[in-house]
Design a binder for this molecule. Structure first.
Ligand SMILES: O=C1O[C@H](COP(=O)(O)O)[C@@H](O)[C@H](O)[C@H]1O
Length: 256
């Protein structure tokens, strides 16, 4: 524990370890997560492997990528040898500002000159599958790695992560792949998402969550329970699940 962050590890959690790290605000959360990401990717590359990572959209998720791009330590990573996937995507035209991939490209991938052959974007609605969202989801499933090293996730105030929302067919899906989501309560309605089993192939799952509106869902997620009611409960890494929080998002966990 330091004066800027506190950490707790729960080795008794059902699947892998769980770590909760609390940062004073969302800027520090993004900067510290960027540093963590650079170190994690560089460590995997040091073993001779190409890391497979699933990126997230969302406010703090994209801010984290900007912080990676701004860091001089980013030179520790060979960015041409990282496989980039997404945990979810909005099924809209490629140039739409709603695209998580567009945000990631602008924030990081274009800056570090990532290898286009290693950037696995979910198809847009004007891409190779046209408006056939099921075909687009199947196409993505075929591209997925056997397992991820790291899956990065944001979380909504109602506990959704990726594009798996409470009490939906999507969060109940037991396939290991990507699926079409047609009725997202958060716009835009059409999305593609990794399923819970696909997320759970990851060695490490990182939730990156900031803001007071997320506090109740964070507390409910870390307390455990039914993932159908609160999808974030079901997203766990086989080695570790990290909850990387700002103080506002963690406020109900502290109160507990
Ligand atoms: O719609 C989405 O929302 C979540 C959370 O976004 P945030 O801005 O509230 O942090 C995000 O993780 C997901 O990728 C995105 O599609």
């Amino acid at each position: 524990m330091t004066d800027t962050a506190s950490a707790a590890t729960d080795p008794g959690s059902a699947r892998g370890d769980r770590e909760i790290v609390i940062y004073p605000d969302s800027d520090v959360l993004a900067a510290a997560t960027a540093a963590r990401l650079i170190t994690a990717l560089s460590d995997i590359q040091a073993t001779g492997r190409v890391p497979a990572i699933a990126l997230t959209g969302g406010g703090v998720g994209t801010a984290t990528l900007r912080q990676v791009a701004a860091s001089s330590a980013r030179a520790a990573v060979d960015w041409r040898n990282v496989d980039f996937y997404w945990s979810d995507e909005r099924f809209v035209p490629e140039d739409s500002d709603d695209r998580n991939a567009k945000g990631a490209r602008e924030a990081l991938l274009a800056v570090v000159d990532a290898d286009p052959e290693r950037i696995y974007e979910m198809a847009p609605s004007d891409g190779e599958f046209g408006t056939d969202i099921d075909a687009a989801a199947r196409g993505y499933t075929e591209q997925l790695p056997e397992k991820f090293d790291i899956v990065m996730l944001g979380m909504g105030p109602e506990g959704h992560m990726a594009s798996l929302f409470p009490d939906t067919d999507a969060v109940r899906d037991t396939s290991t792949g990507a699926i079409a989501v047609r009725d997202s309560p958060k716009p835009p309605p059409e999305r593609i998402s990794l399923t819970l089993p696909a997320i759970r192939t990851a060695d490490e799952v990182w939730f990156i969550v900031g803001g007071p509106d997320k506090a109740p869902a964070v507390a409910q997620a870390v307390a455990g329970g039914d993932p159908v009611a609160l999808p974030a409960r079901g997203a766990t890494g086989s080695r570790v699940t990290r909850w990387l929080l700002d103080a506002d998002a963690a406020s109900d966990v502290n109160a507990g």
